[in-house]
Ligand binder design. Structure first.
Ligand code: ATP
Ligand code: MG
Length: 421
């Protein structure tokens, strides 16, 4: 019989790796709470229309990457490819946005049917941060400072901040016209992807990695020359704030982001350690999105971090974080001892809810059990041999210290463990 394997691009995260994931997730949570962000938990499946209307019809995600299916009622549903659209949908639906300031964060798996490779999967994991109701560059700066603080806490030093402004939607529309004119004039140099995007999403062509187009693209009109005055001021103030805070940013006029809803500030944090899949965090302002989804106009900015890529960097730096070893390993010889051991372990857990005890279920010789105890990493082996059990005692063997084994009354074990912490 053929064995069933996981879906391509959807990975198991194994017990050796989960401690590193938890370390990352816990550090993230601490930093987010230090900035007063509150967690929101969102469904993994949404109506397909939500992503079509927000991300944009002519984007990679909507055109070819979504996991879309009809459910049993014939409704078209999609496994979420990102979390911003979901957050805005939830914010409007639950009255979180109207005339309010909100700092929200979410985490969980996202789904995109991309070509799987290192750092690019079909199920991947993001922590997203969204701030609603604040129009100024102060919150843009704060969000970038939050991410910078996170890298510092994680000990990630090689990340570079890239920054751009897309201007207002109107400024972008003017620019778009000029860009299309230019690209049409250089039509013969466009590749197929770019030709397809020419009328739907021409800005995205600037993002092309095709070497044959770089020279032509570098001479294209620059969005910076079309920015409206307010966006220019917003961007200048953001840069000044970042400089004062000591965060270095690289201006990248060709950073346009792949989703339609961004305006003004856009940014990415890029690592040089991951090869082509180097972006670990990306985001920007999306002041038009809430109104576009039927809410009252609300300024907003957000970003999302790719946890799979962050874990990969952490792993290269630190190796696997070790899982917590049990504190005690219960060794039991003989039928009566086996039953007793299970119950004694329960009593200890009642007394010490945070203590971890691994009970040797499934039998085995004394020698084998002791070997397992040692391998488990436990500090103590708690031994119930036939004699101990008959006498109401338990032997304690120190597995990591050079101390003689001691024998105690079973009732004294809980106290012994609290004294020995
Ligand atoms: P990329 O340019 O790498 O395709 P993106 O612009 O499509 O990224 P966003 O939608 O902005 O990515 O998502 C934010 C972050 O989520 C990315 O910077 C990256 O770290 C992570 N990410 C996105 N897609 C994937 C994927 N398929 N596998 C792993 N991580 C991903
Ligand atoms: Mg992508």
């Amino acid at each position: 019989m053929t064995t069933i394997q996981a879906v391509r691009g959807m990975n198991d995260i194994l017990p050796d790796e989960t401690p590193l994931w938890r370390y990352l997730e816990e550090t993230l949570r601490e930093v987010l709470e230090a900035y007063s962000y509150r967690e929101i938990r969102l469904p993994i499946v949404e109506k397909t229309e939500l992503f079509k209307r927000t991300i944009g019809e002519v984007t990679d995600i909507v055109e070819k990457e979504m996991y879309t299916f009809d459910d049993r009622n014939g409704d078209s549903l999609t496994l979420r490819p990102e979390g911003t659209a979901c957050s805005v949908r939830a914010g409007i639906e639950n009255g979180l946005l109207y005339n309010q300031i909100q700092r929200l964060w979410y985490q969980g798996p996202m789904f995109r049917h991309e070509r799987p490779q290192k750092g690019r999967y079909r199920q991947f994991h993001q922590v997203g941060v969204e701030a609603f109701g604040m129009p100024g560059p102060d919150i843009d700066a704060e969000m970038i400072l939050l991410t910078a603080r996170l890298w510092k806490r994680l000990g990630l030093t090689g990340l570079q901040l890239q920054l751009n402004s897309l201007g207002s939607l109107a400024a972008r529309a003017n620019y778009r016209e000029e860009l299309v004119k230019y690209l049409l004039a250089h039509d013969s140099q466009l590749d197929d992807d770019s030709r397809r995007r020419l009328h739907g999403n021409p800005l995205r062509i600037l993002d092309s990695k095709n070497p044959a187009m770089q020279d032509m693209l570098s001479k294209a009109p620059s969005l910076q020359d079309y920015l409206d005055t307010e966006s220019q001021e917003h961007f200048a103030e953001l840069n000044a704030l970042l400089t004062k805070a000591g965060v270095a940013a690289t201006f990248n006029p060709r950073l346009v982001r792949g989703l339609d809803y961004y305006n003004r500030t856009v940014f990415e944090w890029v690592s040089d350690e991951l090869g082509a899949q180097g972006t670990v965090c990306a985001g920007g302002r999306y002041d038009g999105l809430v109104a576009q989804l039927g809410g009252k106009a609300t300024p907003a900015i957000g970003c999302a971090m790719g946890l799979d890529r962050l874990v990969a960097i952490l792993k290269a730096k630190r190796g696997d974080a070790s899982a917590r070893a049990p504190d005690c390993y219960m060794v039991m010889v003989g039928n009566e001892s086996q039953q007793l051991g299970l119950l004694l372990a329960e009593q200890i857990r009642d007394a010490h809810p945070r203590l971890s005890i691994e009970v040797n279920c499934g039998g085995g010789s004394f020698k084998n059990q002791l070997k397992r105890a040692d391998k488990s990493g436990a500090k103590w082996a708690l031994i119930l041999g036939e004699d101990e059990t008959a006498q109401g005692n338990v032997a304690v063997k120190y597995l990591r210290e050079d101390k003689p084994q001691t024998v105690l009354a079973q009732q004294a074990l809980a106290d012994f463990l609290s004294l020995s912490d």
